[in-house]
Write a protein that binds this ligand. Structure first.
Ligand code: HEC
Length: 144
């Protein structure tokens, strides 16, 4: 019971994701872009205004395990927990890491991944700078 209460919002997100899958995109292929086709060329070009530094990676790690709540679904080692429909992305997948630009990841942080359990994070629980820092941290999982 305690477990369910503590993670109630996760279950709500899963429930909403399962319900919305009939009306929104269902992506079987994890490599298929999550950004809508009409805007993807623009979003792929969006770059972080911040340089990659050890301090920012560490700030990103704190967001990942803290305020961003990422760790709940993406797990400490970045491989992601298994969820019904769409499992959380495996950040250690080098092919996926190479396919996605930082701009695409920021779009997902600002919009969620519609039709899945991936919630909007930037503008809700974390700000844009936190978002760029957490993206730097996600990049460190590649090939681990
Ligand atoms: C409630 C669970 C949940 C939480 C919390 C969550 N995610 Fe996700 N995330 C998912 C799921 C499920 C997917 C897979 C979505 C899909 O297949 O499109 C995903 C996918 C992603 C992707 C990959 C999108 C792509 O283009 O392939 C990124 C990046 C991401 N999450 C980052 C984060 C970050 C950073 C946080 C914390 C700030 C976070 N997520 C919090 C469930 C979650």
């Amino acid at each position: 019971m305690f477990f369910i209460k503590k993670n109630a919002w996760v279950w709500i997100a899963i429930f909403l994701s399962v319900c919305s899958q009939s009306t929104l995109a269902f992506h079987k292929d994890v490599y298929e872009p999550r950004v809508p086709k009409a805007i993807i060329e623009h979003e792929q070009q969006v770059k972080s205004p911040y340089p990659v530094t050890p301090e920012r990676i560490e700030a990103g790690r704190k967001i990942y395990v803290g305020a961003g709540l990422c760790v709940t679904c993406h797990s400490r080692d970045g491989t992601g927990v298994s969820l019904p429909g769409h499992s959380a992305r495996d950040f250690t997948d080098a092919k996926w890491q190479k396919l996605r630009t930082d701009g695409e990841l920021m779009w997902v942080l600002k919009n969620g991944s519609p039709g899945t359990g991936m919630p909007i994070r930037v503008g809700t629980d974390i700000n844009e700078e936190d978002g760029w820092n957490v993206i730097q941290y996600i990049r460190t999982f590649e090939g681990k």
